[in-house]
Design a protein around this ligand. Structure first.
Ligand SMILES: [Zn+2]
Length: 95
């Protein structure tokens, strides 16, 4: 996994970022508010990595804001993550 930090602060909480290592988890990315952890599959690279990373950040943002129903809306979260990444990238806010 490249480019990503080991930790990220979301709201007032610091989340650890780790690779999914055991191969049994069925997600590309997984966020745990309880464990303050974001786990990502190491096969992800480039644009796909960033989309999944942003998706994994939006989940804790929604939970911390008590948007529990919206937090279950995977289509909405993917829409927000992918388009936010596109805007940031195509307008050169990030590489
Ligand atoms: Zn999700």
């Amino acid at each position: 996994m490249t480019k990503l930090p080991k930790k990220i602060k979301i709201g007032n909480l610091i989340y650890k970022i780790r690779e999914i290592t055991d191969g049994t988890e069925e997600y590309f990315g997984k966020s745990s508010y309880a464990e303050q952890e974001i786990a990502l599959t190491p096969e992800l690279k480039g644009d796909k990595l960033m989309e999944v990373f942003l998706h994994s950040i939006i989940h804790p943002i929604l939970i911390q804001g008590e948007y529990h129903e919206e937090n279950r809306d995977e289509k909405l979260i993917t829409l927000l993550a992918n388009n936010l990444y596109q805007v940031l990238k195509d307008n050169k806010f990030i590489n």
